[in-house]
Design a binder for this molecule. Structure first.
Ligand SMILES: Nc1nc2c(c(=O)[nH]1)N[C@H]1C(S)=C(S)[C@@H](COP(=O)(O)OP(=O)(O)OC[C@H]3O[C@@H](n4cnc5c(N)ncnc54)[C@H](O)[C@@H]3O)O[C@H]1N2
Ligand code: MOO
Length: 239
């Protein structure tokens, strides 16, 4: 098309690159989990999310143990524009993200987001400008964190505006959180959105079977309308 209108030089923005570091000594990657084990549910969902957000994942999914050294090395060696780290965003003895960021001289740009699930997410910038996004270990919380800060970071790296979220009625109402924005899996009907439950932060059943997520603003009681996270190309539900 550029050639047909006689253009010889074009400004292009390359697709951002993303790396994924999945941490957790308790994680297994095949078959059912045994005592003290958890099947990794974040690694399998990230490639499609990253592609839908418009980025590449050239080095695939990397699995790390729960040590500060391993995480610091993984972050230092990552060449990606945006590195995702799951499972070390909180403040427990095996949660090393903040210490690793300090060791690398990173600036913590966002330290927690007032949303449920997903509030321990963190966004940091290394001295050379590359970004690091901490995803909470609970799988629905990790999904929400990617959709909240991950999609926004990738959109801005691509020079794109953030998607406007349409409003939708919730005829039966939905409970608000007093101080945080709730992300609620919903089914879409001709009358509006209907919450489908199974929305605990460790659960993927609700989001996996939802048509979209309702973005419910904080309030004292129930909301009868919400914004809808469903715009094409940015969510797992886009058709
Ligand atoms: N002092 C605080 N502690 C915690 C807070 C807080 O704000 N302050 N928030 C809680 C919330 S909410 C969440 S969510 C978790 C996030 O913790 P981490 O990101 O450090 O994650 P872990 O503790 O390693 O894991 C939490 C939970 O998820 C399981 N997990 C981890 N990775 C995976 C995976 N890839 N696939 C499936 N499940 C995974 C892990 O086994 C744990 O059960 O922090 C709370 N604590
Ligand atoms: O981010 Mo946590 O409970 O919201 O899973």
């Amino acid at each position: 098309m550029a050639a047909t209108v006689g253009l010889d030089r074009l400004t292009v923005i390359p697709k951002p690159t993303v790396a994924a570091l999945i941490t957790g000594d308790e994680l297994v990657h095949q078959g059912p989990s045994g005592p003290g084990q958890v099947r990794d549910a974040i690694g399998p969902m990230l490639p499609a999310l990253i592609t839908q957000a418009g980025a590449h994942l050239p080095a695939g999914i990397n699995h790390l143990g729960d040590s500060l050294d391993e995480l610091t090395r993984g972050l230092r060696e990552s060449q990606a524009d945006l590195t995702l780290v799951s499972g070390s965003s909180a403040a427990g003895p095996a949660d090393h993200l903040r210490q690793a960021l300090t060791a690398l001289g990173a600036e913590l740009v966002v330290d927690g987001v007032a949303c449920r699930p997903g509030h321990p997410q963190a966004l940091a910038q290394l001295p050379d400008g590359r970004l690091i996004l901490g995803l909470p270990g609970n799988p629905f919380a990790a999904l929400v964190a990617f959709l909240t800060l991950g999609v926004a970071a990738i959109a801005r790296m691509r020079g794109l505006p953030l998607a406007e979220l349409p409003q939708i009625a919730i005829p039966g109402g939905v409970h608000c959180h007093p101080t945080s924005t709730r992300l609620v899996p919903v089914r879409l009907t001709p009358d509006g959105a209907v919450p489908i439950g199974h929305d605990g932060s460790a659960m993927l059943r609700g989001p996996a079977t939802a048509d979209a997520l309702a973005v419910v603003t904080p309030g004292p009681t129930k909301a009868i309308a919400a914004r809808l996270l469903t715009s094409a190309g940015t969510t797992p539900w886009a058709g």
